[in-house]
Ligand binder design. Structure first.
Ligand SMILES: [Zn+2]
Length: 139
Protein backbone atom coordinates (compact mmCIF):
# COMPACT_ATOMS: atom_id res chain seq x y z
CA UNK A 1 0.00 0.00 0.00
CA UNK A 2 1.40 3.32 -1.10
CA UNK A 3 1.08 6.29 1.24
CA UNK A 4 -0.20 9.76 0.38
CA UNK A 5 3.35 11.15 0.69
CA UNK A 6 4.75 8.40 -1.52
CA UNK A 7 2.10 9.12 -4.13
CA UNK A 8 3.15 12.79 -4.17
CA UNK A 9 6.81 11.78 -4.42
CA UNK A 10 6.03 9.42 -7.31
CA UNK A 11 4.23 12.17 -9.22
CA UNK A 12 7.11 14.60 -8.56
CA UNK A 13 9.62 11.98 -9.74
CA UNK A 14 7.70 11.37 -12.98
CA UNK A 15 7.54 15.11 -13.73
CA UNK A 16 11.29 15.45 -13.08
CA UNK A 17 12.21 12.50 -15.32
CA UNK A 18 9.74 13.39 -18.09
CA UNK A 19 11.37 16.84 -18.24
CA UNK A 20 14.84 15.30 -18.27
CA UNK A 21 13.90 12.86 -21.05
CA UNK A 22 12.36 15.72 -23.05
CA UNK A 23 15.61 17.68 -22.65
CA UNK A 24 17.65 14.64 -23.73
CA UNK A 25 15.47 14.12 -26.82
CA UNK A 26 15.88 17.80 -27.73
CA UNK A 27 19.65 17.91 -27.19
CA UNK A 28 20.50 14.47 -28.54
CA UNK A 29 17.79 13.82 -31.12
CA UNK A 30 17.16 10.30 -32.37
CA UNK A 31 15.75 8.93 -35.62
CA UNK A 32 12.53 7.48 -34.18
CA UNK A 33 10.43 7.17 -31.03
CA UNK A 34 8.86 3.69 -31.03
CA UNK A 35 6.17 2.84 -28.47
CA UNK A 36 7.33 1.19 -25.23
CA UNK A 37 5.99 -2.31 -25.99
CA UNK A 38 8.51 -2.65 -28.83
CA UNK A 39 11.52 -4.76 -27.73
CA UNK A 40 13.50 -5.02 -30.96
CA UNK A 41 13.61 -2.66 -33.88
CA UNK A 42 13.86 -4.23 -37.31
CA UNK A 43 14.80 -2.17 -40.34
CA UNK A 44 16.40 -2.37 -43.76
CA UNK A 45 19.88 -1.31 -42.75
CA UNK A 46 21.71 0.98 -45.18
CA UNK A 47 24.94 0.09 -43.33
CA UNK A 48 24.60 -3.61 -44.19
CA UNK A 49 23.61 -3.39 -47.86
CA UNK A 50 19.92 -2.82 -47.12
CA UNK A 51 19.52 -6.13 -45.31
CA UNK A 52 16.78 -6.55 -42.74
CA UNK A 53 18.42 -6.44 -39.31
CA UNK A 54 17.15 -5.84 -35.80
CA UNK A 55 18.67 -4.19 -32.76
CA UNK A 56 17.61 -4.02 -29.11
CA UNK A 57 15.27 -1.27 -27.97
CA UNK A 58 16.59 -1.72 -24.46
CA UNK A 59 15.19 -0.68 -21.11
CA UNK A 60 16.78 2.19 -19.20
CA UNK A 61 15.86 2.11 -15.51
CA UNK A 62 16.51 5.29 -13.53
CA UNK A 63 16.39 4.85 -9.76
CA UNK A 64 14.97 7.63 -7.61
CA UNK A 65 17.19 9.42 -5.08
CA UNK A 66 16.28 9.71 -1.39
CA UNK A 67 13.39 12.16 -1.16
CA UNK A 68 11.86 14.25 1.58
CA UNK A 69 8.19 15.15 1.61
CA UNK A 70 7.43 18.06 3.91
CA UNK A 71 5.19 21.05 4.53
CA UNK A 72 1.99 19.99 2.78
CA UNK A 73 3.46 17.42 0.38
CA UNK A 74 6.30 19.50 -1.01
CA UNK A 75 8.78 17.03 -2.49
CA UNK A 76 12.51 17.56 -2.73
CA UNK A 77 15.68 15.51 -2.97
CA UNK A 78 16.80 14.70 0.56
CA UNK A 79 19.80 16.86 1.34
CA UNK A 80 21.26 15.60 4.61
CA UNK A 81 23.09 18.85 5.38
CA UNK A 82 20.09 21.05 4.67
CA UNK A 83 17.81 18.77 6.67
CA UNK A 84 20.12 19.04 9.70
CA UNK A 85 20.83 22.77 9.47
CA UNK A 86 17.37 24.06 8.63
CA UNK A 87 14.92 21.22 9.12
CA UNK A 88 11.46 21.80 7.67
CA UNK A 89 8.70 22.41 10.20
CA UNK A 90 6.76 19.34 9.28
CA UNK A 91 8.26 16.30 7.57
CA UNK A 92 5.56 14.04 6.14
CA UNK A 93 7.93 11.31 4.99
CA UNK A 94 11.47 10.43 4.08
CA UNK A 95 11.51 8.13 1.07
CA UNK A 96 14.49 5.86 0.57
CA UNK A 97 16.59 5.96 -2.58
CA UNK A 98 15.35 3.46 -5.16
CA UNK A 99 11.72 3.58 -3.98
CA UNK A 100 10.73 4.40 -7.56
CA UNK A 101 12.11 3.56 -10.94
CA UNK A 102 11.59 5.52 -14.14
CA UNK A 103 11.60 3.26 -17.18
CA UNK A 104 12.04 4.12 -20.84
CA UNK A 105 13.78 2.53 -23.84
CA UNK A 106 16.56 3.37 -26.23
CA UNK A 107 18.59 1.64 -28.88
CA UNK A 108 21.10 2.12 -31.67
CA UNK A 109 21.83 0.08 -34.78
CA UNK A 110 25.47 -0.98 -34.87
CA UNK A 111 25.33 -1.26 -38.66
CA UNK A 112 24.25 2.28 -39.54
CA UNK A 113 23.89 4.26 -36.31
CA UNK A 114 20.10 4.57 -36.59
CA UNK A 115 18.83 5.60 -33.13
CA UNK A 116 15.61 5.28 -31.15
CA UNK A 117 14.45 6.57 -27.77
CA UNK A 118 11.12 6.84 -25.92
CA UNK A 119 9.36 10.19 -25.80
CA UNK A 120 8.15 9.56 -22.26
CA UNK A 121 8.69 6.95 -19.59
CA UNK A 122 6.68 5.52 -16.74
CA UNK A 123 7.16 5.33 -13.01
CA UNK A 124 7.34 1.88 -11.44
CA UNK A 125 7.40 0.65 -7.85
CA UNK A 126 11.11 0.20 -7.14
CA UNK A 127 10.44 -2.58 -4.64
CA UNK A 128 8.19 -4.73 -6.81
CA UNK A 129 9.51 -3.93 -10.26
CA UNK A 130 13.29 -4.33 -10.41
CA UNK A 131 15.34 -3.44 -13.50
CA UNK A 132 14.79 -5.87 -16.38
CA UNK A 133 17.64 -4.66 -18.56
CA UNK A 134 21.32 -3.93 -18.18
CA UNK A 135 21.21 -0.16 -18.04
CA UNK A 136 20.50 1.15 -14.54
CA UNK A 137 21.10 4.83 -13.81
CA UNK A 138 21.07 6.68 -10.49
CA UNK A 139 18.61 9.56 -10.79
ZN1 LIG B 1 20.96 -0.10 -39.36
Amino acid sequence: MISHAERSAGRWWKAQRDAELKRLNAEEPVNEHPPPYVRHIRHLCPGIAGRSVSFDYAEVYVTSPALMVSNKLKVQVLDQELAENSPPRKVDAVILAGRFGYVYREGRCAGCGHTARSLTGRVVDGIERLPAGRKVVQG
